[in-house]
Ligand binder design. Structure first.
Ligand code: G1P
Length: 299
């Protein structure tokens, strides 16, 4: 029988240079999408997918992430005194949601190295990896990582969450080389390779790996053998390529609206979309968007 995916790793050690000066003192994972830090969306997706234990890999300036998932004694007491019980419950829930641990990545050696920092947490179980720059909303449907876990349960193999992207952005992602689609489920592909950040010409397909992975502990041996690349990083994609030589690897085309919140424009769009969903803000923001659209239409 397959082992069940119960653990997840969330790498959160990056510098966030694209969002300076906001990220000078604030971890990029704490930048809010309207009123919720982006990392909370990621944790909630993992919890809604059946994950029971999470390891967040942090670096030295990320203590506010640890505080965010902890009890906040002073704030909670004040909210209770002021009888703001809804707010109290809301922030308590964040800390009680799931068992979260933290480990520090001591050197900035990339995603593959961040995952190596989690080896003892993982033990010999399959595990999920969720990247904080990729926020996927799928209201009314299964969360993205749950869809990948289901694909893992079908294939008992490593699964990479993918979606189609346009030619002009393939250079930002790991891109898969498809071998064949699964007969029983056309959204699952067996893959024969993957290339990290290829040029448009080199890209083997338009399917980009978008921040959701189900990995097996066999990845650790490959990560340990993976050399630091020209960017000075141990690339997870390169370790997966090595793994493909002796293990099946699949990709799952997941359903959901995905935001690349590492890009300023997609980050702004994610906030607008949240504001249009939120009962507190949707009316005013809708009116404003209609007004601005008319003005833009006149130009
Ligand atoms: C990382 C991975 C890449 C993946 C991307 C998804 O790149 O290395 O394969 O496609 O995340 O967001 P990064 O964005 O950290 O450079």
């Amino acid at each position: 029988m397959n082992k069940i995916v119960k653990k997840a790793i969330i790498p959160a050690a990056g510098l966030g240079t694209r969002f300076l000066p906001a990220t000078k003192a604030l971890p990029k994972e704490m930048l809010p999408i309207l009123d919720k830090p982006s990392i909370q969306f990621i944790v909630e997706e993992a919890v809604a997918s059946g994950i029971e234990e999470i390891l967040i890999v942090v670096s030295s300036n990320k203590n506010s992430i640890i505080d965010h998932f902890d009890y906040s004694f002073e704030l909670e007491e004040r909210l209770k005194q002021k009888k703001k019980m809804n707010e109290f419950k809301q922030i308590r829930k964040i800390a009680d949601m799931v068992n979260i641990q933290f480990v520090r990545q001591k050197e900035p050696l990339g995603l593959g190295h961040a995952i190596l920092c989690a080896q003892s947490f993982v033990g010999d179980e399959p595990f999920a990896v969720l990247l904080g720059d990729d926020i996927v909303m799928n209201e009314g449907g299964e969360p993205a990582v749950k869809q990948c876990i289901d694909a893992f349960n079908k294939t008992n193999s490593t699964v990479l969450g993918v979606q189609k992207v346009s030619d002009d952005v393939v250079h930002k992602y790991g891109v898969i080389d498809i071998d064949a689609k699964l007969q029983s489920d056309k959204s699952i592909f067996k893959i024969k390779g993957a290339v990290e950040k290829p040029s448009k010409e080199e890209a083997p397909s338009n399917y980009a790996i978008l921040g959701r992975y189900i990995l097996k502990p066999t990845i650790f041996a490959e990560l340990k053998k993976t050399k630091v690349d020209i960017r000075g990083e141990i690339e997870l994609t390169n370790a997966i390529m090595a793994l493909i030589k002796h293990e099946s690897v699949y990709a799952k085309e997941f359903i959901g609206r995905r935001y690349d919140i590492g890009s300023k424009s997609d980050y702004a769009i994610s906030i607008i979309d949240e504001a249009l969903k939120n009962p507190e803000t949707k009316e005013e923001v809708s009116k404003y968007i209609i007004k601005v659209s008319k003005e833009l239409g006149k130009k």
